[in-house]
Design a binder for this molecule. Structure first.
Ligand code: SF4
Ligand code: SF4
Length: 360
């Protein structure tokens, strides 16, 4: 797996807490109750100092603050952590993916001063004032725009990420024009690949959105316009014809590891080290019993989560843990039942890539 000396990028989940409850986010049950497996923790600046050696920060090309289960702007010391990275490495690309709907304008001004044009903030704004919060449940469009304006005014490089749904596909061009007017440097149309059931391995034509008591309140749907369709989802039928089922495709596909290609490593909000966010995500899947995924079992067979916790072990020694080698070895197993990790086959297989196809 990745050699410590060749790491170029860190993906850091500062927290698994969030001010929002997006219905297709792994942190909650379809926008309803919070995933009960989550530890609900965050990394402090002191944790980061323990986890990431200064020597590594010096040579990193980029640090992405995103994660699986939380929004970085909610953690107490995210800004201080970014300032620390910038102080040590003035050229590092620092970026955050966020809903943008927490903190005040003075915080966003400071963030703009830290990021400037060496990195970016991706604001997830999925529509305009009347539609945005149908997906970004719990956020406030006007507050996000105020925060983005403060960030841009301070010299920060802002990108507008727009996930297209049926309820907002008619507003794409209006939002694009607003983004340009406000000074966003990029407007990114995301063709969502999330209308896919990971448990049933099939496309979904809608997603029920639940309230805090897990009662359905409305549903969201993928866009009608084929221009906004995720091409992996569009290929599902062809793959089923070719392989017999999605399961058979996953059993047989070659795996080409994205994190190895990007020389990237993932740090979870507990300080656990994984090759990528997709493997880390397997630790807390809300719809299966706690600690029951194949990845969890693989980790337990190599000493359990504490052996990959960078708060207590050096990154270098963690990467020598056979857990990482076993992930790599799993790719050449003949089938899922013989040890091939389904998460790797699904994320980094040859013909179905919901993630990459969001941007094509
Ligand atoms: S803003 Fe991000 S972390 Fe928060 S619920 Fe939405 S997708 Fe999940
Ligand atoms: S899911 Fe597996 S194959 Fe894909 S990037 Fe992560 S470790 Fe590599």
């Amino acid at each position: 797996m990745l050699d410590y000396n060749t790491i170029e990028t860190l993906h850091i989940e500062v927290t698994d807490k969030c001010n929002a409850s997006c219905p297709q986010c792994a942190r909650n049950q379809s926008g309803g109750k919070v995933n009960s497996h989550l530890p609900l923790v965050e990394l402090s600046l002191n944790d980061i100092k323990k986890i990431v050696p200064v020597e590594l920060i010096h040579r990193l090309k980029s640090a992405l603050f995103c994660g699986n289960f939380g929004d970085p702007i909610v953690a107490k010391e995210t800004l201080e952590i970014l300032e620390y990275f910038r102080e040590i490495n003035s050229n590092i690309n620092l970026s955050i993916n966020t809903n943008g709907s927490a903190r005040d304008v003075s915080w966003w001004t400071r963030l703009g001063e830290v990021i400037q044009n060496k990195g970016n903030i991706k604001f997830g704004i999925d529509g305009l004032a009347d539609t945005h919060a149908l997906y970004r449940k719990g956020t406030d469009f006007h507050k996000i725009i105020r925060n983005a304006e403060a960030f841009i005014k301070a010299g920060g490089n802002a990108h507008w990420d727009y996930i297209v749904f049926r309820h907002n596909e008619h507003q794409v061009e209006e939002a694009r024009a607003l983004a340009a007017q406000l000074g966003f440097k990029k407007f990114i149309v995301k063709k969502t690949g999330r209308f896919f059931s990971n448990s049933k391995l099939e496309k979904k034509d809608h997603q029920d959105v639940l309230d805090e008591q897990n009662q359905p309140i409305y549903k969201i749907q993928p866009p009608v316009n084929p221009e906004f369709h995720n091409s992996s989802l569009a290929r599902e039928e062809g793959l089923i014809k070719q392989f017999g089922s999605m399961q058979s495709y996953l059993e047989t596909t070659d795996v080409s590891c994205k994190s190895l290609q990007e020389k990237s490593l993932y740090v979870s909000s507990e300080g656990l080290i994984f090759p990528c966010c997709w493997t880390a995500n397997q630790m807390y899947v809300w719809y299966v019993p706690a600690a029951s995924t194949p990845l969890h079992k693989l980790l337990d067979s190599h000493g359990g989560p504490e052996t990959i916790n960078a708060k207590f072990n050096s990154l270098e020694s963690i990467l020598e843990n056979p857990f990482f080698k076993s992930i790599q070895e799993s790719w050449s197993c003949k089938s899922i039942s013989e040890g091939k990790l389904q998460v790797c086959a699904k994320t980094c297989g040859s013909s179905f890539d919901q993630f990459k196809d969001q941007y094509l």
